[in-house]
Design a protein around this ligand. Sequence first.
Ligand code: ZN
Length: 190
Amino acid sequence: MTSSVDVERRSAFATATAESGKDWIPSLQDQVVRDYIIDAAGEQGLLLAEIIEESQPILGVDLVELVEDKPSNVRRSLYKLEEARVAQYATDTDKSGWETFTWTLSLNEVKFVINRERKALLEHLRNRLNFEELTTFFQCPEEHPRVDFETGTELGFRCPTCDLPMDNVDNTSDIERLKEQIAELEDVVF
Ligand SMILES: [Zn+2]
C-alpha cells in the first residue's frame, strides 16, 4: 500500500531565496543560518554563536562563564557548533600549562553544508514529483491514506480503514506545489 505522501513538508532551506548562490556570505542575521544552527546545536548553540561573533576570538572558559548553564552543557553545545562547521577552535597552552581553546566563527563553511542539504532536498522533491505525476491515487471521502491503482484493485476500491468506497484523487495541486518548491530550490543551489 502506498502511504499518503506528505506534500506539506517544506524545509526552511527552500524559502531563503536571498541567501543563496556561490557569492553568498552567510551571516548570523540570515534566517536560514539561524535555523541551521538551532537544528544542529539548539537555542544555546545560537546564543553561543552570537557571543562568539561579538567577541571573537574568545576563550572557551570565557564562553562557559557567559552562558547560564552547567559548563558541561555549554561545552557540548560548543562542540556541536564545531561539528556543524559553524565555529572552530584553536588550542594553545597557557602560562600554567593548561590547554586553552580559542573560538571563532566559521560561517563560510556553512553555505556548503546548506547547499549540500538543499541539493539532497531537491533530489527528493524531484523524485516525489515524478512519483505523483506517474501515479493514479485512490482515496475515501474521509481522506484516509491514498493508495495506488494496483492496491486499489486488490482492495476492491474500498478503504482499508473505514470501508467506504475510494475514488480517484486529483493531485494536481500537490504537483503544482512540488513544482514551486523545486523551482525555488533550483534558484538557490550551486
Ligand atoms: Zn477511509
